[in-house]
Design a protein around this ligand. Structure first.
Ligand SMILES: [Ca+2]
Length: 102
């Protein structure tokens, strides 16, 4: 409302419409710990990462990738599903892991 200071005071009412613009929000994903046996074949399921994104309802999709710690290309991740599988069985060897870390 807007009102003047005349006598009598007169006023007017109008409605304000505020449009909200949807902005891109970050996806969320928690750390995960998985356990598998050593010496398993290529393609063995090792775990699944599961990220969420508030913008998924707007048609956004998520793409998964491994960015660090994948020594020897031991694992592969499905870009579309986040499923992690064994990619290089020779790099998934318990004794070799102990040796390389000591
Ligand atoms: Ca987003």
């Amino acid at each position: 409302m807007a009102q003047d200071n005349g006598a009598p005071a007169l006023s007017v009412n109008a409605m304000a419409t505020i449009n909200l613009t949807d902005i891109n929000e970050s996806p969320a994903m928690g750390d995960q710990v998985f356990s598998i046996n050593e010496n398993v074949p290529t393609g063995t399921f090792a775990g699944s990462m599961n990220a969420t994104d508030p913008d998924r309802k707007n048609g956004q999709t998520l793409t998964y990738s491994i960015t660090a710690g994948n020594t020897g290309g031991a694992f592969a991740i499905s870009p579309s599903t986040g499923v992690i599988t064994v990619n290089n069985p020779a790099a998934v060897n318990f004794l070799k892991s102990i040796r390389s870390s000591s």
